[in-house]
Design a protein. Structure first.
Length: 463
């Protein structure tokens, strides 16, 4: 079939697998290996897999879908004939209940600049905080949406630095070298850091390091962990379950700056004159973390400043830039985010205020033709977003709501939205985000908040 196509034409495909429940983990392991190998190939614009939320009995096969998009048929054929794909096909043959459903699409209307990683959460809890089976709940621990973490995730470079293979960032190994300092002192300390200080033997010079922006330090977080909320087995030293400064100012009140709490994970803000910890980072030219959107700078009194030489987020603008346009209105009740590849319900307030369990349920059951959808979606494709997914919408240079100004969504509330991510240290609570200014906090699951469903991208049905 591929030989009959224009070798320079774009192409996309979907493959649906029905996997024996007892073979679920084995399939995931093989799918992770396939994904990691495929994304390294030239021309791969998108390659991901996800699990559908199912309402069937526990004995029915679990449904997984692979979606992929390639710049050209020629490049796709390299994947089609690759050894890693052949190995995957050979291995999963015994894991599936029936022949996979493969479909080609003679287009690849997909672009993504930044791939969101998983949150790290692998367990599920009910509203009372009791452990429950994740199956078909739609909770973060059930879906585990996002790119998987390589093993090992962190590499100790034996020179005072640690590389995070998920984000591509390089961190100072000693997470408490500078102790507690004001925000402006943290910016200066990071800029002046160089090999020969802080345990560094990496050849770095002053100016190579910077104070991380809010998304850079948030990229370290493992929402399945606690106290500190970092992946188990990390090689860092001096990590405190405390507050760490970022280079990102709170645009709504610029005497404050964003900070990350490494105890259980909320992103909050504090007066720039107060003392908090700091954790320098470098390698922003290779990062896979999206930019924050902040392009201005302010001093500790909240006055606008010339950004040159400040090391503030608005100057460095570290991260993957947003494409133009970032959002595409698909005219079918959905909007595609070209930065992350996620597809959002266009109506950001289709369900009003709901408790956490109600939010999960309405997302799990969403499908065409309800709530303005004409996208061919069915129940099981949509989900309540995890904390990384909904946070990816935030523009830290904007307020009320704190999402990019040129978005095509309707009914976006500058208020609180649920996520599917529980608080591992206090599982009667779940994470939510305030889209007025952007903080990630947590609340009792019985509390009512707004709901904004999301799904994975897939090729549009053939016309």
């Amino acid at each position: 079939m591929l030989d009959s196509l224009d070798p320079d034409a774009p192409i996309a495909a979907t493959v649906v697998f029905k996997v024996h429940r007892a073979k679920d983990r084995e399939f995931i392991g093989n799918a992770n290996a396939l994904t990691e190998a495929t994304r390294k190939l030239p021309g791969c614009g998108h390659f991901d897999y996800y699990k559908a939320i199912q309402s069937g009995t526990p004995t029915e096969p679990a449904e997984y879908a692979i979606t992929e998009a390639w710049k050209t048929v020629r490049q796709f054929k390299v994947q089609w004939e690759s050894e890693h794909l052949k190995q995957f096909q050979h291995t999963v043959g015994d894991l599936v209940a029936e022949q996979p459903d493969l479909r080609f699409y003679h287009s690849a209307e997909y672009a993504t600049e930044a791939r969101l990683p998983r949150t790290g959460q692998k367990q599920c809890w009910d509203t009372s905080g009791a452990f429950i089976s994740c199956e078909s709940t739609g909770q973060d621990g059930d879906i585990q949406a996002g790119t998987h973490w390589p093993e090992p995730r962190f590499v100790d470079n034996e020179d005072g630095t640690v590389t995070d293979k998920v984000s591509g960032l390089i961190w100072l190994k000693d997470a408490d070298y500078f102790g507690e300092v004001t925000w402006e002192q943290a910016l200066e300390n990071a800029k002046s850091l160089a090999s020969g200080s802080g345990g560094l033997k990496d050849g770095s010079v002053a100016g190579d390091w910077h104070l991380p922006n809010i998304r850079e330090i948030q990229s370290l977080i493992d929402y399945g962990s606690e106290d500190p909320i970092l992946p188990h087995g990390h090689p860092f030293t001096g990590v405190k379950p405390s507050i760490y400064w970022t280079s990102t100012t709170l645009a709504a009140a610029p005497t404050l700056a964003w900070m990350m709490t490494l105890g259980i994970g909320p992103t909050v803000f504090d007066l720039k004159l107060n003392d908090n910890r700091m954790w320098p980072v470098r390698g922003g030219d290779k990062t896979r973390v999206p930019q924050t959107g902040q392009k201005q700078g302010w001093d500790t009194q909240g006055n606008p400043v010339d950004l040159a030489g400040t090391g503030q987020d608005g100057e460095t603008q570290i991260g993957v830039p947003s494409p133009t346009p970032r959002f595409v209105d698909n005219m079918d009740g959905t909007v595609t985010d070209r930065l992350t590849g996620l597809v959002w319900l266009k109506n950001a307030d289709a369900f009003g205020l709901r408790t956490w369990e109600q939010a999960l349920a309405v997302c799990n059951s969403l499908g065409m033709p309800s709530h303005g959808l004409f996208d061919g979606s069915m129940p099981g494709e949509w989900r309540l977003p995890n904390i990384k997914e909904i946070e990816s919408l935030v523009d830290y240079g904007n307020v009320g709501p704190s999402i990019p100004a040129e978005h095509p969504f309707i009914n976006v509330r500058p208020s609180s939205y649920w996520t599917s991510t529980s608080v591992a240290a206090a599982p009667t609570q779940a994470m939510f985000i305030i889209l007025g200014v952007g903080p990630v906090i947590f609340e009792n699951k019985e509390h009512p908040f707004f709901v904004w469903p999301v799904r994975n991208w897939r090729p549009a049905p053939a016309q």
